[in-house]
Design a protein around this ligand. Structure first.
Ligand code: PGA
Length: 239
């Protein structure tokens, strides 16, 4: 993914995390209404069942997770060879909803990320602190712990998603985002996306912050109009 960007140009990667939204029919309708603008690396992460619907449209597709074994008795999981066979180019790992609701730990995130990268998939690894952790002044400790299990790789991108900003309409202030991105980059030299209530109204400001290499967008990525507006804001900055 990163190699799409010639040396010296700002990487702007806008990734859509559709979570458990959209059937294949809905995914196809979105793709019919959406054209990635120039200068922006666009990734859509639909549910597994809609992967092929988005792939047909010629857009870069990531899964929302991936297992660390190629096959085995792991009911409900999907492996890297299965994704690669479809033409999927990468996977999210460690999204806070996986950590919160499905028992994902730093250790399983590490296993998923390492195996996906070894298999030739790109990875967007999600990190971020809970509201209580920020209030306790523990943000850097949490990020350090979450990042300690990841190793730098050309196809690895980190998404900084403060958990209190996901789906809440609250975004980190520019200072908070910039500080967290700089801290992450001091530990791991990879592109860092911001995630958490990114929408057309705030995308330009967030994406222009130093150290912000793109965005991971949830709610505002579900509608082609609002996702296009975010991608257009990125395109203006990239040009
Ligand atoms: P949101 O979700 O944009 O709806 O806050 C972001 C995410 O969960 O990746």
């Amino acid at each position: 993914m990163v190699e799409h960007f010639p040396e010296g140009e700002k990487l702007v990667l806008i990734a859509a995390n559709w979570k458990m939204y959209k059937t294949t029919v809905e995914a196809r309708a979105f793709c019919a209404a959406f054209t990635p603008p120039p200068g922006v690396d666009v990734v859509l992460a639909p549910p597994y069942t809609a992967l092929h619907g988005v792939l047909e449209a010629g857009i870069t597709v990531y899964a929302q997770s991936v297992h660390w074994e190629d096959e085995g008795a792991f009911t409900g999981e999907i492996s890297a060879p299965m994704l690669l066979e479809l033409g999927v180019q990468g996977a999210l790992v460690g999204h806070s909803e996986r950590r919160q609701y499905f028992g994902e730990t730093d250790e399983t995130v590490a296993l998923r990320a390492a195996h996906a990268l070894e298999s030739g998939l790109g990875v967007i690894a999600c990190v971020g602190e809970l509201e209580a952790e920020r209030e306790q002044g523990a943000t850097e400790d949490v990020l350090r712990r979450q990042l300690s299990v990841l190793e730098r790789h050309d196809d690895l991108v980190v998404a900084y998603e403060p958990v209190w900003a996901i789906g809440t309409g609250k975004t980190a202030t520019p200072d908070q985002a910039q500080e967290a991105h700089a801290f992450i980059k001091s530990l791991l030299d990879v592109p860092v996306l911001y995630g958490g209530s990114v929408k057309p109204e705030n995308a330009g400001e967030i994406l222009s912050l130093p150290g912000v290499d793109g965005a991971l967008v949830g709610g505002a990525s579900l509608e082609a109009g609002s996702f296009s507006a975010i991608c257009e804001a990125a395109s203006r900055l990239a040009s």
